[in-house]
Design a protein around this ligand. Structure first.
Ligand SMILES: O=C(O)CCC(=O)C(=O)O
Ligand SMILES: [Fe+2]
Length: 495
């Protein structure tokens, strides 16, 4: 069987050759073990990233911070090991960053479906606002040309609604109305405004009445204000960017009295958020309060406001305790603790958590504290006399509250309506003393102050007969370690 012998030899050789191919060298073995280690580290980074995000979603800032630090250290080890093994973890680095908060477009909350049907241009219907009418805002030809869009106010839903028809109080008089037009992100904003006496949003064909009065328009850093002096209305709406007033423009439709404001961001705006939150940290480090305008801006602020109004009109709010009542609340507002998962809150709670996280790094008395966001409380002050008398939000750590953040949602608030937040930073008891600060409850404004046995404050009585109900959402950040200890004490029957 020579042929058999002959054929066996080459086969053996072939086996040996193929074995030689699969036997790994020492270097290959090390590399493969290294890859396993890297995969495990990568997994760790990913799960710590998720954990940190989950904590942030729940407003557990201290826990978030700890998980983030562990994530960062795992990511560093991953980087070190991979560079020692000569494997670049390009794809890993990107994953170690926290997921970004959900971003809503400026158009969110308003339907843009029917805006596509643009009206033919009617130049005679447009007129630049006389300089006296528009304050510092010049009329810009380019903006005029772009004002060809359908301006019939009933064509697109999303016009602001008066709040007054809900519970008690509120205005029976016609209010100005406004809406934000959809805009590409970073491109500024376009606001349409109808004065209190101009063609109604429900019947846009109505021509402007004699009494239609163009407002004075004032573009400040993060706020646009329209004031109708005769009818005494003011509309103040927040912008999510620093506007360049020299670049902003206004076009007025003569037929309906509709104003179209084109609001342009400042060129090379610095990362305002960071700068502003640093300034806020510095301000609240001592006694007192600070605030940020446009914390929630544009159509987002309106969506939050609409949601509160719906809940309020739906009778979901509870009356606040009257003065002398047994419970801690001594106010004549109506309030509602919002559901943790209410999607309307996710528009801005992450932004808020990040701001408060920064406070725990920069405000000396909060440094190293593990803070935790409590449930959001919406409050409505409606009708003359509605108020909340001077109080502290916490006394001697009794309820764990450390920081108060209040978001105001009142586009039609006017000086004279009352309901300002008033703070006495030097007061040590419930008796107001020393200098006092006043915060106007303007739409999109966020007020922040330290609240444990400091910053005595009140909501001044609503004074305007025709004031719109005053809306706000309060958030308290608790010391989570204290919170946990209280919980354990309660479990032991020792509250
Ligand atoms: O809404 C405000 O300005 C303050 C409300 C307040 O002090 C509270 O609810 O404890
Ligand atoms: Fe308070």
């Amino acid at each position: 069987m020579p042929s058999k012998t002959r054929s066996a030899k080459p086969k053996q050789k072939e086996n040996l050759e193929s074995q030689a191919k699969v036997v790994p060298t020492k270097a290959v073995q090390v590399q493969s073990a290294g890859k396993d280690v890297l995969a495990k580290l990568e997994e760790q980074v990913q799960s710590l990233t998720k954990l940190a995000d989950d904590y942030l979603d729940q407003g557990l800032l201290g826990h978030h911070e700890e998980a983030s630090q562990m994530r960062d250290s795992a990511a560093k080890t991953l980087k070190d090991v991979s560079s020692r093994l000569g494997l670049a973890p390009d794809h890993l680095a990107a994953r170690s960053e926290s997921a970004k908060p959900p971003k809503l477009t400026p158009a969110q909350g308003i339907s843009s479906s029917s805006r596509a049907a643009a009206e033919p241009k009617r130049p005679s219907d447009e007129e630049p606002c006389p300089a006296a009418d528009v304050g510092a805002v010049p009329v810009d030809a380019a903006a005029r040309a772009s004002a060809e869009a359908d301006t019939s106010a009933n064509a697109v839903p999303g016009w602001s609604q008066p709040a007054g028809q809900g519970g008690s109080g509120g205005s029976a008089l016609p209010l100005p109305r406004y809406r934000w037009l959809p805009q590409a992100e970073g491109n500024g904003a376009t606001l349409e405004v109808l004065g209190p006496n101009s063609g109604s949003a429900a019947g846009a064909a109505t021509s402007t009445s004699e009494s239609d009065e163009p407002p004075e328009i004032d573009v400040a850093e993060r706020v646009v204000r329209c004031s109708w002096h005769q009818s005494k209305w003011t509309l103040t709406v927040p912008l999510g960017f620093g506007a360049d007033s020299a670049q902003c423009s206004v076009v007025r439709k003569r037929r309906t009295g509709l104003l179209q404001l084109t609001l342009t961001p400042k060129q090379a705006s610095p990362p305002a958020d960071q700068e502003e939150s640093r300034a806020l940290c510095a301000k609240i480090s001592g006694p007192g309060c600070s605030w940020m305008d446009g914390f929630v801006a544009g159509a987002e602020a309106d969506s939050v406001r609409s949601r509160l109004l719906d809940l309020w009109r739906g009778g979901k709010f509870e009356p606040g305790e009257v003065e002398g009542g047994r419970k801690a609340r001594v106010g004549s507002d109506e309030y509602l603790y919002l559901e943790e998962g209410d999607p309307i809150l996710s528009i801005f709670t992450r932004r808020l958590d990040k701001l408060v996280l920064q406070l725990t790094k920069e405000v000396p008395s909060l440094r190293g504290k593990w803070l935790m966001r409590g449930r959001a409380m919406a409050a409505v002050y409606a009708g003359p006399g509605s108020r909340y008398t001077p109080h502290f939000d916490a006394v001697g750590g009794d309820n764990g509250r450390m920081v108060t953040c209040i978001l105001y949602l009142n586009p039609f608030w006017r000086k004279g309506d009352g309901a300002e937040l008033q703070i006495w930073p030097e007061a040590k008891t419930l008796m107001p003393e020393g200098a006092c600060l006043e915060v106007e409850p303007l739409h999109g404004r966020l007020a922040v102050f330290l609240c444990d046995s400091q910053n005595l404050h009140e909501v001044k009585p609503v004074t305007g007969d025709h004031a719109e109900p005053r809306l706000a959402i309060s958030f308290w950040y608790y010391d989570s370690k204290d919170g946990l200890r209280h919980r354990e004490d309660e479990a032991d029957g020792d509250p």
